[in-house]
Design a protein around this ligand. Structure first.
Ligand code: HEM
Length: 160
């Protein structure tokens, strides 16, 4: 697996947004859509499938919104902006995950699905690594439940 460091409860998380190089290399909006739809197809077969809507239409809506988010976060057009109700995009995305009890194990599985999808994409590895660095760090902020049953929401700072 690509490198994944562990979540340490109480530790502040730093992350930076992916560079626009990834967005360009993947092929803009269409390329991002292909990647994210493949990713969700993999999710659907994974151990974290139960987190996601089982209804086909609802699942489709999540795929679409997810695609829009990644287009925007990677420096493409701001197609997700209308979803956030004016909230900061990072904060909005972290808080959206508060509704689910996400353990480190679920994050690991999520990252594994993303890795599987990314491996099929033939782009420069350095560009992929930069995108991965964002996923690896930001995903720590979606983890909110620990093996002792405690709930904790990490602090974070966005680097440059
Ligand atoms: C880099 C880390 C992550 C990013 C950027 C991310 C991003 C997203 C986005 C964009 C959406 C759709 C938001 C919308 O409906 O507008 C979403 C939904 C969701 N994500 Fe994540 N996610 C991440 C990690 C995770 C992890 C580790 C899990 C673990 C299970 C997870 C579980 C979910 C669930 C359950 C939903 C909602 C599905 C629903 O609406 O019913 N995410 N995420």
């Amino acid at each position: 697996m690509y490198e994944v460091s562990k979540v340490v409860k109480g530790e502040e998380v730093s992350f930076k947004h992916p560079s626009k190089e990834f967005y360009k290399a993947i092929g803009g909006e269409e390329g991002m859509k292909a990647l994210m739809y493949d990713f969700y197809d993999i999710i659907y077969e994974s151990d974290i499938a139960h987190f996601f809507p089982q209804d086909e239409e609802e699942f489709e809506a999540v795929k679409e919104k997810n695609t829009k988010f990644f287009i925007q976060i990677c420096g493409g057009p701001k197609v997700y902006e209308s979803e956030t109700g004016g909230m900061n995009l990072d904060e909005f995305m972290i808080r959206l995950h508060d509704d689910f009890s996400i353990y480190e194990k679920s994050r690991y599985e999520w990252l594994g699905c993303m890795e599987e999808a990314l491996r099929k994409v033939k782009i420069d590895q350095n560009i992929k690594d930069d995108f991965w660095a964002y996923l690896e760090s930001f995903s720590k902020l979606t983890v909110n439940t620990f093996s002792d049953g405690s709930v904790y929401y990490a602090k974070y700072n966005r680097g440059q």
